[in-house]
Design a protein around this ligand. Structure first.
Ligand SMILES: Nc1nc2c(c(=O)[nH]1)N[C@H]1C(S)=C(S)[C@@H](COP(=O)(O)O)O[C@H]1N2
Ligand SMILES: [Mo]
Length: 444
């Protein structure tokens, strides 16, 4: 630890930095003393390099996150998982059904890029950690304001990454609902990020210009020296000898990011790569033959009883002409087959061949007016996934099916037998399983 260095160091125990630190100030022990932080690699250049990469990546994660929220069509009844969104939903639009891979790509980028950035984020936080302990906590109102902003920035980014990762790992341990919390957190973080970038960009550019990136990649451990003293106090006043070069640290962090990417990208790409997604939860076999692809929630877990899905099951079509249909009735209607993805908000996705009755045909059967949407109810009682609204556009798309079969076989219980919704380009959660009622309505 820093015990030995506490009273010595080149600056004699006093920060050798600008800001005109008065003499004779009493410093608390430990991390509040500048001498405590000794890594000779810390400095504005290193921080700016990590910052630049994050600045390229984080806006993409944020944007895909906001697009993902729009894809839920949260203005439709029952889809609104964030009823208090207020102005935060200003950008919402009617989510399209084309191109069919858009939500899959969007969510894959959101989750996989987010995971890939974790090592970089940790490295960036490590590089600025002495500032967390800056003493005195506030030298001026301006500095207090800056630190409050940084609290929102760091708190915001940590909150977003932690809640996001817990959610994709299916660890619903937080005492609040993920969706609203992640949405509010996003806006708070984004506001703090914009302020941070405006404040720090000139400084970061100067820092980046202060050393050549290529030069740094050629510098070995024994030629590694601290950056020159900086006004931000990132460079240690009492540096320890380096144990790793800057290029070594960059390779370590970059290698960490590549590992995160390599061990998670398979869950979005699917196919033979699925088995490489070791960071993704869920088992690796899901049922017999054609039904062996990822399951979100099993029938058993959702309390679906065999008796409800047996010969007595009827689909209710609600509209001007209510109809009740057995599975045999449905199989006697014109059937259509499409290859469509299921793309979960958690980042995993898979493409399968679905066969079923067009939602548009069922709407017509129930006498629904053109331009109707549909409120879908599942046999599943309770839970937010037991129902979903599909927009008029989604209902009218000829590829939107009430699927009865997948890959030529009857749906398995876990994939939604006797019938489940499948809609092109919709978030996975709107592909309701174990459907019991299609309630056609006008949403406008
Ligand atoms: N009734 C019901 N339908 C549901 C769910 C659910 O929990 N209950 N999960 C949804 C989610 S989040 C996804 S990603 C897909 C996954 O479909 P699969 O389990 O057949 O792969 O089903 C959707 N349909
Ligand atoms: Mo999902």
């Amino acid at each position: 630890m820093s015990g030995a260095s506490r009273e010595r160091g080149p600056a004699g125990g006093e920060p050798a930095k600008g800001e005109g630190t008065p003499r004779g100030r009493v410093w608390p022990r430990g991390p509040f003393r500048p001498e405590f932080w000794r890594s000779p690699l810390r400095g504005p250049w290193l921080t700016a390099v990590f910052g630049l990469v994050l600045l390229a990546g984080i806006p993409i994660v944020a944007l895909t996150g906001l697009v993902s929220y729009a894809a839920y069509n949260p203005r439709l009844p029952g889809n609104d998982i964030t009823p208090e969104r207020g102005l935060l939903g200003f950008y919402l639009f009617d989510w399209p059904t084309h191109p069919v891979w858009l939500y899959r790509l969007n969510q894959g980028v959101h989750v996989i890029l987010g995971l890939t950035l974790v090592p970089l984020l940790l490295a960036k936080l490590w590089s600025v950690i002495p500032k967390l302990f800056a003493w005195p906590p506030a030298r001026s109102p301006a500095q207090l304001l800056e630190r409050a902003g940084l609290l929102l920035l760091v708190g915001g980014v940590v909150f977003q990454f932690v809640t996001g990762i817990l959610n994709i790992q299916l660890l619903y341990v937080f005492p609040f609902s993920f969706y609203p919390a992640h949405l509010y957190g996003a806006w708070i973080f984004l506001a703090a990020l914009v302020a941070h970038v405006i404040l720090k960009l000139p400084r970061a550019i100067t820092a980046l210009r202060s050393r050549g990136f290529r030069q740094e990649l050629r510098t070995r451990l024994r030629d590694t020296h601290p950056e020159p003293p900086d006004p931000d106090g990132l460079v240690p006043v009492a540096p320890a000898p380096p144990t790793i070069s800057r290029r070594g640290l960059l390779a370590f962090v970059g290698g960490g990011s590549l590992t995160m990417f390599g061990l998670s990208v398979g869950q979005t790409v699917d196919g033979p790569l699925r088995g490489t997604a070791l960071l993704a939860p869920h088992g690796r076999t899901y049922g017999p033959g054609p039904n062996d692809f990822q399951v979100n929630k099993t029938a058993a877990a959702m309390g679906i009883r065999e008796a409800e899905t047996g010969p007595g099951w009827r689909l209710a079509l609600t509209g001007p002409r209510p109809v009740r249909l057995s599975r045999a009735d449905l199989l006697a209607l014109p059937l259509h087959t499409y290859r469509l993805p299921i793309a979960c908000v958690e980042g995993w996705s898979t493409e399968q061949e679905w066969t079923g009755v067009r939602l548009a045909d069922l709407a017509r059967l129930a006498g629904a007016a053109d331009g109707s949407g549909v409120f879908v109810r599942s046999l599943q009682r309770g839970g937010v996934f037991g129902h979903a609204s599909l927009s008029a556009r989604q209902t009218a798309d000829p590829r939107s099916l009430l699927a009865l079969q997948v890959n030529g076989a009857d749906l398995s219980m876990d994939h939604g037998f006797p019938a489940r919704v499948i809609v092109p380009n919709a978030p996975g959660v709107h592909n309701t399983k174990w459907v019991r009622e299609l309630d056609f309505r006008s949403f406008s």
